[in-house]
Design a binder for this molecule. Structure first.
Ligand code: MRU
Length: 366
């Protein structure tokens, strides 16, 4: 996608063929910088500290992390250690384990001398597949948005189609295109009059910082709102659809996404606003049925709740304290929206109800 007219992806193999480049997302939107990862430890740290984030992107970073480890030591023991180190960084997004498993299965049967090259190939393949899946989600979602726009009352036809999104499920969360934002980019490029309500997404503000940044760079009209405004806007007919991403989707269609998504789904349900979840195949955890009971929810540092980062008037990016000294914070990073609140899933293979039968129908080969 575009930054100041230049096409970027979030992750790439550097020209030396051995190290990995990423966009540092911790300083966006105020500062655009890239980092080069040269060790497995650096890849794990980049995932943990959210230099890279978003379920598909942490999967690809994990895959490249295994390559970085195998370039140093390609023994079975080193592979197992690197796998565990990377897998422990963030527990909720299933894409990480899925991508690590893919690389492990690819390299395990090979002699040590061939493992690093095979891991490089597999990581690149996972990245390319992610781009293709997200582009496909965009195409399927575009059809849905066009249908929604046409179905509005004659008085609403002149208005933009208002879509609300939570967190960042755009190209910064994937390799390119994004999941929830891919249909929006495709719709905007196809000339649909579209406007996005961007939830700020406390505590880390991925909406205010990253989604607003992406949409702005692509020229998509958008407005940042506080997380608590969505229900009010829905009550007043200001939201035509909600589209969010997911970090783990159970085989029954429960979706686990950034904390606060569930409340948006409840408000959408109460106001007859369609609630869509966009996802690539890599986000489906076929081993899990009940998302609330079975998906591990990452608890992050309380400091993300008690403090907030922004740019001060002098232009420096700083963190300030919001809460009184001595007040504790609790920071569950994700919540689960049960399938019954999801109008439909927008997948790389088409739009389908959030149900086991529909998912199995789409992914018969899974
Ligand atoms: O904690 P983050 O920023 O990694 O959370 C990201 C999300 O919740 C996204 O919505 C999710 O990964 C789906 S992205 C394509």
């Amino acid at each position: 996608m575009n930054i100041d007219g230049q096409a970027w992806r979030t992750i790439w193999l550097e020209a030396d063929g051995r190290s990995v480049g990423v966009i540092d997302q911790t300083l966006l939107p105020h500062c655009f910088t890239t980092r080069t990862l040269t060790t497995c430890h650096a890849a794990a740290e980049a995932i943990q500290t959210m230099v890279v984030r978003g379920a598909p992107l942490i999967g690809v970073t994990g895959a490249y992390g295994l390559m970085l480890a195998l370039q140093v030591d390609a023994s079975d023991e080193a592979l197992a250690t690197a796998f565990d180190q990377l897998n422990a960084t963030r527990p909720t997004a299933v894409n990480l384990r899925w991508a690590l498993e893919r690389v492990r299965q690819r390299v395990l049967p090979l002699p040590a001398s061939e493992r690093a090259a095979a891991a490089r190939e597999e990581a690149a393949l996972i990245a390319e597949e992610d781009v293709a899946m997200c582009a496909s989600i965009g195409d399927h979602g575009l059809g849905l948005l066009q249908t929604l726009a046409r179905a509005r009352s004659p008085q609403r036809q002149e208005q933009p189609l208002h879509v609300l999104t939570h967190c960042n499920a755009g190209w910064l969360a994937t390799v390119d295109w994004g999941t929830a934002l891919a249909p929006i980019y495709k719709a905007h490029r196809a000339g649909l009059n579209i406007h996005v309500w961007v939830d700020e997404t406390r505590p880390r503000n991925q909406g205010a910082s990253l989604t607003a940044y992406e949409l702005g760079r692509e020229g998509v009209p958008h407005t940042v709102i506080v997380d608590n405004a969505g229900g009010h806007l829905m009550q007043h007919g200001q939201v035509d659809a909600v589209i969010v991403g997911t970090d783990r989707t159970t085989r029954r269609g429960d979706v686990c996404n950034k904390i606060g998504t569930y409340l948006k789904a409840l408000a959408a349900h109460d106001n007859d606003v369609p609630f869509y979840v966009a996802l690539p195949a890599s986000t489906i955890d076929w081993a899990i049925g009940d998302g609330v009971a079975e998906i591990p929810i990452e608890a992050r540092a309380a400091a993300e709740v008690t403090h907030i980062q922004g740019r001060d008037p002098a232009g420096a990016v700083n963190s300030v304290q919001l809460t009184p000294d001595g007040s504790d914070g609790f920071n569950p990073a994700f919540d689960v929206t049960p399938a019954r609140l999801v109008t439909a899933l927008i997948t790389d293979r088409g739009v389908a109800p959030a149900s086991e039968q529909a998912l199995k129908g789409l992914y018969v080969d899974a």
